[in-house]
Design a protein around this ligand. Structure first.
Ligand code: GTP
Ligand code: NAG
Ligand code: NAG
Length: 755
């Protein structure tokens, strides 16, 4: 996954659709804005806006930091929703963003949805990124289509394990971000400690742009350090922002923090640095421009503070999103132009007006929901009108777009057209996530597909009762939506096997089957997806020959099975280098098929073969007896032969594990990770907390969560992310092989009994 830094497609400047936004009248809450007076209720936005007025952002956080609550506030203040509900609230309604019932119950965000809203004449698309790392694909997709992000930190918990993961992902995708230190109304909240952690643990050049007035239950408002003003959030829901003088006892601190902010920016911005040296005082406008410059370059992170729950500090954060996060055309996005033979050309398209550029977009999320097949699309260039036809550049299929919509959690609004920078949804378009759509069929463009890691864990899955139809419906939907979730029939164990990115990943799906499809399932013991690979090339020469009365079978294949370079160790390849007619060309596909069939199940341990190339060099045929079956069998025989003579090894998934524990537990955790064959890659400690990073085989991670919980009284946390495949140790190899033989033995016995 590390290697996957997926480049982005280009953007272009263009016009903007005629928004039809109907704001639900909110009777109980008159929206009176003092400072943010740019919009009133029930207004139709019909002005033609350009790409400068779009922000595509994600809100990322450690679980429970208040991401959902914050998003809810954002939608409320911007007039997109008329009511607010607390997550896990007493009113049993649940926050609007968590649309699935399960999310409501668990109060955590699983599936990412896109929603849009309007603030200060800008259209903000919020891509809800899931909090848990087991849902890697969701995160990859979300990061792919957003241009900037808000990193939410808990004012009490500070930088937590998940924060580190999210931070790493943002770095990988070069996503500029703002920080919001939330929950400052809580006992023990300390924004200064969190800022310190951002600097030391996340390596951000960060500084406050807002300061809290009062602390914990006495949190009253926010100081805007740039404008040198105090802001209070009046009204039942903090919807009225009132400006005032900075309280006397905070003036000095505000001045000091302003100086600190100036220094942090001057260190990375030439223009401001010069002014700083010349002791010139920059204007607020100059400061804002400087913050924008360095934030976009990821050299600085402005830090906002507040409490989403207590409705404090959210509106200034929204201003920050507009002022400091990138406009779609400020992010370099690339598409690939397919060229025959050659390497693909990387293309950064001309950011001209939409009308002048062909439409290019990426399908980044599929959902089979109440509205049928729904495809979330990010437009990178040009525009699309309802009723036009688009081409899928992968399948070359042409489809008409009968309906275009934008989404807000469960609801949608139809629109007539979409422009570059937009995020929208198509209906009834059959495609895979990661597909590129264009309107010009001659444009053989694609954005590199979103990286989909192979599942690393599997469990048997059995419906508890006779609900075959519901069960297969659910499986069909989930596997289509999430390419890292797969369900396959294993003919040996005669069981259905579900595979995914972690135990929680599979558990969530099993619960969703019960809740949403009334089809409870039983999951078996988790199994790691080992692979079988070659350590060195091995030659083969196999003749498949059968004479049984009538038509015989004859096929001979000669070649080499060879290891692929390390970066291709989860794939297999077939290469035909035969010359002449010893192997007639029409049989080559059969040989490839035979190889691929064998690769599904290695002979060492029953796991998939990977990192191997079947290099066909020569062979032989028989005028009468050669056919496809014969060559399929010949290829299979060749692989068996390679198992007799070759040096095979088992590979296992290695996980990147990050553990955060009270300092006194750090030593134990290091010891325990080492015991689990972990290699410690980094340790850090600050203010009573220790972080340990390690690479640990997934196979050894079972039970770690429980162990960690008990040895830290529930304080310890960890996150785990797939890293790569590596050879197992000799004892594990032996164990995996003997377990396989045992299982085979058992099933042999079963067979005998049946007969
Ligand atoms: N005291 C306090 N509690 C908050 C604040 N914001 C959120 N909470 C509470 O923290 C809990 C978690 O909030 P969520 O909004 O669900 O957090 P989340 O980050 O979306 O959580 P996941 O969906 O699990 O990732 C809820 O009980 C909220 O009511 C805040 O500013 N102050
Ligand atoms: C497999 O490929 C990954 C990614 O390139 C690499 O880090 C890893 O070391 C490789 N593993 C083996 C066994 O070659
Ligand atoms: C670590 O190991 C100790 C004893 O070896 C055990 O008591 C503890 O529960 C383990 N804790 C973790 C976090 O693995």
């Amino acid at each position: 996954m590390k290697r996957m830094w997926a480049p982005r497609v280009c953007h272009s400047v263009h016009g903007h659709p005629l928004w039809r936004i109907f704001i639900k009248p909110c009777a109980a809450v008159p929206i009176v804005t003092v400072r943010y007076a740019s919009r009133g209720p029930a207004k139709r936005f019909t002005d033609h806006k350009d790409v400068d007025h779009i922000r595509n952002i994600g809100i990322s956080a450690h679980i429970d930091s208040g991401k959902t609550t914050l998003t809810e506030r954002v939608l409320f203040y911007t007039g997109r929703i008329a009511e607010m509900h607390e997550v896990k609230g007493k009113d049993n309604v649940g926050a609007t963003m968590d649309s699935m019932e399960l999310e409501r119950q668990r109060g955590i965000t699983i599936q990412s949805a896109a929603t849009y809203t309007l603030w200060r004449d800008c259209n903000i698309n919020i891509i809800d990124t899931p909090g848990h790392v087991d849902f890697t694909v969701e995160v990859e997709r979300a990061l792919r289509v957003l241009d900037g992000a808000v990193l939410v930190l808990c004012g009490v918990g500070g930088v937590q394990s998940q924060t580190l993961t999210v931070n790493r992902q943002m770095k990988r995708y070069s996503v500029p971000c703002l920080a919001f230190i939330n929950k400052l109304d809580r006992m023990g909240a300390n924004p200064y400690r969190v800022l310190h952690q951002m600097r030391t643990k996340l390596n951000h050049n960060a500084a406050f742009v807002n300061l809290p007035i009062g602390k914990e239950s006495n949190l009253q408002g926010i100081i805007d350090i740039l404008d040198e003003k105090a802001l209070y959030f009046d009204g039942t829901f903090g919807e009225t922002v009132r400006e005032d003088e900075i309280p006397g006892d905070m003036r000095q601190e505000a001045a000091e923090r302003r100086q600190e902010l100036l220094e942090a920016i001057s260190n990375v911005d030439d223009k401001l640095g010069e002014m700083f040296l010349e002791e010139k005082k920059p204007s607020v406008q100059e400061l804002k421009e400087a913050i924008r410059r360095v934030t976009l370059k990821r050299q600085f992170t402005p830090v906002f503070v507040g409490s989403a729950l207590k409705n404090k500090g959210v509106q200034p954060l929204l201003d920050g999103v507009i002022d400091y996060l990138p406009k779609p055309h400020e992010v370099d996005n690339f598409a690939f132009l397919h060229k025959e033979g050659d390497e693909n050309e990387r293309l950064r398209m001309n950011p001209e007006r939409s009308n002048h550029n062909p439409f290019v977009s990426l399908a980044f999320k599929l959902e089979a929901g109440r509205f049928g097949q729904l495809t979330y699309v990010r437009v990178y260039q040009g525009m699309l009108r309802k009723g036009e036809s688009i081409y899928n550049t992968r399948t070359h299929q042409k489809v008409r777009v009968p309906r275009l919509a934008r989404l807000h959690a469960n609801n949608m609004e139809d629109v007539e057209e979409v422009y570059s920078g937009d995020i929208c949804a198509l209906f009834g378009v059959d495609c895979a996530s990661g597909d590129t759509f264009v309107t010009d069929p001659k444009l053989h463009l694609s954005m590199e597909s979103i990286f989909v890691p192979d599942p690393v864990i599997s469990m048997s899955i059995t419906p508890k009762k006779e609900a075959v139809e519901q069960f297969s419906k659910a499986i069909h939907r989930f596997t289509k939506e999430d390419p890292t979730f797969r369900v396959e029939y294993d003919p040996d164990s005669k069981e259905l096997i579900a595979s995914g990115m972690g135990e929680l990943h599979l558990e969530i799906y099993s619960q969703r089957m019960e809740r949403e499809y009334n089809c409870p399932v039983t999951l078996g013991k988790p199994k790691v997806a080992f692979r079988e690979s070659l350590a060195a090339p091995v030659e083969f020469d196999f003749l498949h020959k059968k004479q049984s009365g009538g038509a015989g079978q004859f096929g001979r294949v000669i070649g080499i099975l060879e290891p692929l370079p390390p970066e291709k160790n989860t794939t297999i390849e077939f290469q035909d280098d035969t010359v002449g007619t010893n192997v007639p060309k029409q049989f080559v596909p059969a040989i490839e098929k035979g190889f691929r069939m064998m690769a599904e199940k290695g002979l060492l341990s029953g796991h998939k073969i990977s990192g191997v190339r079947f290099h066909l060099l020569d062979g032989a045929h028989h005028i009468v007896d050669s056919n496809e079956i014969a060559f399929i069998s010949a290829a299979q025989g060749a692989v068996r032969q390679a198992y007799d003579y070759g040096a095979w090894q088992i590979l296992e998934p290695i996980m990147f594990v990050e553990v955060t524990v009270p300092e006194e537990n750090q030593g134990t955790v290091i010891g325990n990770l080492t015991k689990r064959s972990g290699v410690i890659t980094a340790t850090e400690g600050a203010e009573g907390w220790g972080t340990v990073c390690a690479e640990v085989p997934l196979n050894k991670m079972f039970g770690f969560a429980t162990e960690l919980r008990s040895s830290t009284q529930g304080k310890g946390e960890f996150s785990m992310e797939y890293s790569r495949y590596a050879p197992v140790s000799p004892d594990v190899q032996e164990e995996v092989i003997s377990r396989y033989h045992e299982a085979l033995g058992v099933s042999e016995e079963k067979k005998k009994k049946k007969n």
